[in-house]
Write a protein that binds this ligand. Structure first.
Ligand code: NDP
Length: 370
């Protein structure tokens, strides 16, 4: 062939108008020409804590569309050490005071907010004003009003906003959604979802309501709420709840454990548990002709799923993926293709609204209508 593969792609792409290049690119594909490598978007991490260090930063090596390009931290020595470890240019390090200067940095396309919950709104709004797309960790914020401000700021700046709901990209959780949506066992009637872990250090921000916005519900119970919503495929119409504290010294301001019921249209009920007192990681859906479950359901790795069958439960078989790479790649793809994210700000806002109703139900003992 007189034409190299790369040359062919360049020629086809160089034709300019997508309409006229498309048939040539298709021909190139059939001849086995390589696809041009996708442009990787530059992400800046804000808050270099446990999640950023143990899960997100290492996930870039498994990402197709994202690269670690910037670091924002209150600790310059740590930021410099991360920069060396991950090959981030020192000029792309910021602290919380210099953060707004990120607007002048073309290396950074996306700001990933990995701060304590009460700081999510401020840094999302500042990132949007700096012209950056925002991926913000869950919970989206600590009030519905903050969610509204974050959505409005990103809309005003014409930037995308997504929430770090990694399980929306995880194969076992996606299978739970599919089994329910396609009514593989008939219509789902009852859901149980439990999420919890035993919290350690009593001085950490998670137990300080001003920084966490609550306690276990905002942090881990949100997974049970999410599961009930994405398995039912519906929005709850009413909630009731009961909170309990077994360690009043540790849980002075924050909630320890909350049991909550969500009532969905058609009478579907979800029984959910959120806890900082004990480990919990289980989703179960009971349908007309069987059940399906995940246990553990929400770990970073090792999720296990089963479905009922006449001759005994059968294991689900799916790959164990890097959930953070998948979540970041989906957001990058949304930006590059101009498509909507399935975990956009509106999705985070829905959870905040329901969690506020759960807190109200627990405090008053009343059923709260949504
Ligand atoms: P960490 O406490 O480990 O890290 C938070 C980082 O935020 C700190 O290291 C610090 O970074 C920065 N920070 C700035 N101001 C404060 C402050 N006043 N107090 C404490 N930290 C501050 O928290 P996590 O990494 O566990 O959680 C961060 C976010 O990620 C939370 O919103 C949490 O809900 C979410 N998360 C999500 C998970 C998921 O699976 N999607 C799992 C775990 C957490 P620096 O020193 O660089 O300034």
């Amino acid at each position: 062939m007189g034409q190299t593969r790369r040359g062919f792609i360049r020629m086809a792409a160089g034709l300019g108008a997508a309409a006229s290049a498309a048939p040539l690119l298709e021909l190139g594909r059939r001849l086995g020409a390589e696809e041009p490598a996708p442009r990787k978007l530059g992400f800046a991490l804000v808050g270099l804590g446990k999640l950023a260090g143990e899960q997100i930063a290492p996930a870039f090596k498994n990402s197709r569309l994202c690269r670690l390009a910037g670091l924002v931290s209150g600790h310059p020595d740590k930021a410099r050490q991360w920069a060396q470890q991950y090959g981030v240019a020192e000029k792309n390090i910021y602290d919380y005071q210099t953060f707004d200067r990120i607007k002048d940095n073309p290396d950074v396309d996306v700001v990933y907010v990995v701060l304590p919950n009460s700081m999510h709104a401020e840094y999302t709004v500042r990132a949007a004003k700096a012209g950056k797309h925002v991926l913000c960790e869950k919970p989206m914020a600590i009030s519905v009003k903050e969610c509204d401000d974050m959505i409005a700021a990103c809309q005003a700046a014409n930037r995308k906003l997504a929430i770090g709901y990694r399980l929306h990209f995880e194969p076992y959780n996606l299978e739970m959604m599919r089994l329910a949506r396609e009514k593989v066992f008939g219509a789902v009637k009852l859901i149980e979802a439990s999420a919890g872990f035993r919290i350690g250090d009593p001085t950490q921000w998670r137990l300080n309501k001003a920084l966490s916005g609550g306690g276990s519900l905002m942090d881990i119970g949100i997974y049970a709420l999410q599961a009930a919503r994405y398995i039912s495929g519906a929005e709850p119409v009413a909630v009731s709840a009961e909170a309990t504290v077994t360690d009043p010294v540790k849980f002075k301001g924050a909630d320890e454990s909350i049991l909550f019921h969500l009532k969905f249209p058609d009478g579907i009920l979800a029984t959910c548990t959120s806890s900082y007192a004990t480990g919990l990681s289980r989703y179960w859906a009971g349908a007309e002709q069987g059940w399906f479950e995940l246990s553990p359901a929400l770990y970073y790795h090792g999720i296990h799923g089963r479905v009922s069958a006449q001759d005994g439960p059968k294991d689900m078989q799916f790959p164990d993926i890097d959930q953070f790479a998948a979540e970041m790649d989906d957001f990058a793809d949304c930006i590059l293709k101009g498509r909507a994210s399935k975990v956009a700000g509106e999705e985070g806002r829905r959870d905040l609204k329901i969690m506020m109703a759960i807190y109200e139900a627990a405090a008053t003992g009343k059923t709260i209508t949504l």
